[in-house]
Design a protein around this ligand. Structure first.
Ligand SMILES: C[S@@+](CC[C@H](N)C(=O)[O-])C[C@H]1O[C@@H](n2cnc3c(N)ncnc32)[C@H](O)[C@@H]1O
Length: 242
């Protein structure tokens, strides 16, 4: 279903939430709002396949509608993996369960759960994916969660993180934000929709600088940390547990 949530003037006054209305249009929203969304998911699945260790878990933090699962299934091509998708939004998990009905066939063992990713005790895992999720967490909890993920990862495992970011130079952040809004306009959003959504995301999506993200990952123990994708203010990182 087409995302028309911010078509009305004033619709961005309410802070953005991952509610039923957003879950309904989520796949259209992300494919038109996140640059190279499908390609980032495909690369995430490829990297997951590269670092996955048999009989461990792949955690998908803030999995939303489970869009990563078909990419993982394609990449693993029947070799089998354990997948756990976690999201705090009931509506997203309902959609995820509806759109990934075949998951427990063959070698793949997959499940979705409603939970707060900062509060879970994680099973041993060789892959964590957190695409566009940390940016919605309160800044103060991000470092503790990174340490928790590091603790649950097996040596040689990886964390894949994608985020909307700022640059060290504020001028450059503005240029990138403007060009990102141009991309949204190319994808069919009106100037009003772009402005209303930006208002709704104020203080809800809190971007860190690329350099801050690198520092937090390093401080949690990850080494090396590498950028595998960048489009203006959108950056994807892979961080390894030595
Ligand atoms: C932009 S979406 C992530 C998109 C998804 N990873 C993908 O690639 O399609 C952010 C998701 O994080 C979830 N989320 C935000 N805070 C959370 C938390 N504390 N615990 C679990 N999920 C959370 C939201 O409900 C939302 O579905």
């Amino acid at each position: 279903m087409k995302d028309e949530i911010f078509k009305q003037p004033g619709s961005g006054k309410k802070p953005f939430e991952f509610n039923a209305q957003v879950a309904e249009v989520f796949d259209d929203m992300v494919s038109r709002s996140i640059p190279f969304y499908n390609e980032v998911l495909r690369m995430s699945a490829e990297l997951a396949r590269t670092f996955y260790q048999a009989d461990t878990e792949i955690y998908d933090l803030g999995c939303s509608t489970g869009a990563l699962v078909p990419f993982l299934e394609r990449e693993f091509a029947g070799t089998g993996f354990y997948y756990s998708g976690i999201d705090s939004s009931d509506e997203m998990i309902i959609k995820a369960n509806l759109s990934c009905p075949r998951m427990n066939s063959g070698a793949t063992k997959a499940q979705f759960a409603v939970a707060d990713i900062t509060q879970i005790d994680y099973q041993p895992a060789s892959v964590f994916v957190a695409n566009y999720t940390f940016q919605f967490l309160k800044p103060l909890v991000r470092q503790a969660l990174l340490r928790k993920i590091f603790g649950a990862l097996t040596p040689g495992g990886c964390l894949i993180v994608s985020e909307k970011c700022l640059e060290d130079a504020a001028d450059m952040s503005r240029v990138y934000a403007d060009l990102y809004h141009t991309m949204k306009a190319r994808n069919g959003y009106s100037q009003l929709e772009i402005a209303e959504k930006r208002d709704a995301l104020e203080n809800v999506l809190i971007p860190f600088r690329v350099s801050e993200n690198l520092e937090l990952l390093g401080a949690a123990g990850f080494n090396p940390v590498s950028i595998f994708f960048k489009y203006y203010n959108f950056t994807s990182f892979i961080a390894l547990k030595p």
